[in-house]
Design a binder for this molecule. Structure first.
Ligand code: SF4
Length: 379
């Protein structure tokens, strides 16, 4: 078996009653680096096993580049969490192997309960998920029964089971606009930055859970200003889980798929990118010859917990992927009743997206840039 080291990871855990948040620890298993020859052999083994087991690999943009390439080479997909789930649901394979973090495996299972869903490491989690425990979230909802509960995809099945709507970063704004137009007051969880961004754009009455993504929370507005001075022609691409001071400097604010589309289509050769740097692999493929620079996570105000790469996404490696395919271990299970409840809020979003054709239409800041989205799947 592979040697792995354990990395302690800090994340913000809200204490809603006190109106503050505290930092707690989690951990990630970091796979050992492999030689080129080892990687080549593992890739061949995985390709063979995917065929033998009639399985399909579904990977997120933030995982290791080798896994992204393997997914594409073997007829799987590389995308964001929603498209991963949709792809898995619609693909005829009986076994889905989800290279990502736990909530992605759970969402795939909720949408495809009849399929076997495997993950390279079931302990790969997310600071947004960790920072929103189901029991505390239920108490928060109970305290505000007049509000429509909207949760981000980055939550556990149990939190989704309590929600009226699930949203992703590309469609959250449109759904909140829709609810606001109906006079609904909203309880939003868990990402405070995305919630605040949507609140400002829509003017909706939103009560925000105070969670954050430990990757995006580390981008620094002051240091980004300095970087922009050094690269005056660069366009700034920002995921809305980033802090307000970073979002305010963006040329494009969007989900992962939208940012890749922008990198490909915008008339610029240099980009500063404020999202997990795993996305740069796909951006370089989509826009060869263009230059991509990580937005700064360092500087005087830095505590850099992540250095722009999610420690939990990094738990997905070639070795554990091969082992899981071979052994059938690490199956994702969702309590059937919880899954049935959680399905409703996901299905509501998918239905809304289908009615709005939101899967091919940019939201928010990108509405003027329809051409950016030609050929780009849902975000
Ligand atoms: S990058 Fe952030 S939002 Fe995505 S899985 Fe990691 S901690 Fe969660």
């Amino acid at each position: 078996m592979q040697t792995q080291s354990i990395k302690i990871v800090e994340f913000e855990r809200p204490q809603m009653s006190a109106g503050t948040s505290c930092t707690a620890d989690a951990w990630a298993r970091v796979p050992q680096e492999q030689s080129q020859a080892e990687r080549k052999a593992l890739k061949e083994r995985i390709k063979r096993l995917l065929k033998e087991k009639q399985a399909v690999l579904v990977a997120h943009y933030y995982v290791d580049a080798d896994l992204q390439d393997l997914a594409e080479e073997t007829g799987g997909c590389v995308s964001d969490s929603l498209e991963m789930a949709r792809f898995g649901r619609d693909h005829p394979a009986k076994t889905l192997v989800v290279a990502g973090v736990r909530f992605m495996g759970e969402t795939a299972k909720i949408l495809s309960p009849e399929k076997r869903v495997l993950m390279p490491d079931l302990d790969a989690t997310c600071s947004l998920d960790l920072g929103c425990p189901a029991d505390e979230f239920a108490a928060f909802c109970d305290a505000h029964p007049d509000r429509t509960v909207v949760v981000y995809a980055n939550t556990s099945a149990a939190v989704k089971a309590r929600a009226d709507w699930m949203v992703t970063s590309s469609i959250g704004l449109q759904i909140v606009e829709h609810l606001h137009a109906q006079g609904k007051k909203i309880l939003w969880a868990p990402d405070k930055h995305l919630g605040s961004y949507i609140q400002k754009k829509t003017g909706a009455d939103m009560l925000l859970w105070q969670g954050s993504c430990l990757v995006h929370d580390e981008f620094k507005g002051v240091e980004l200003e300095l970087m922009r001075k050094e690269h005056p022609r660069a366009k700034v691409l920002v995921h809305p889980e980033s802090p307000e001071a970073v979002v305010a400097q963006a040329d494009v604010v969007g989900s992962t798929s939208q940012l890749i589309a922008a990198a490909r289509s915008l008339d610029a050769t240099e980009f500063i990118v404020a999202t997990d740097n795993g996305i740069l692999h796909k951006m370089r493929m989509a826009a060869p010859g263009k230059t991509f620079i990580d937005a700064p996570t360092a500087g005087n105000s830095a505590t850099c917990k992540s250095c722009a790469h999610c420690p939990w996404m990094a738990m997905n490696g070639l070795q554990n992927l091969a082992d899981v395919l071979e052994s059938g271990r690490n199956e994702v299970h969702v309590d059937p009743e919880t899954g049935r409840q959680a399905y409703k809020c996901i299905d509501r979003m998918l239905d809304f997206a289908a009615r709005q054709k939101a899967n091919v239409r940019p939201g928010s800041d990108l509405a003027k840039e329809q051409k950016l989205f030609a050929g780009i799947g849902p975000a």
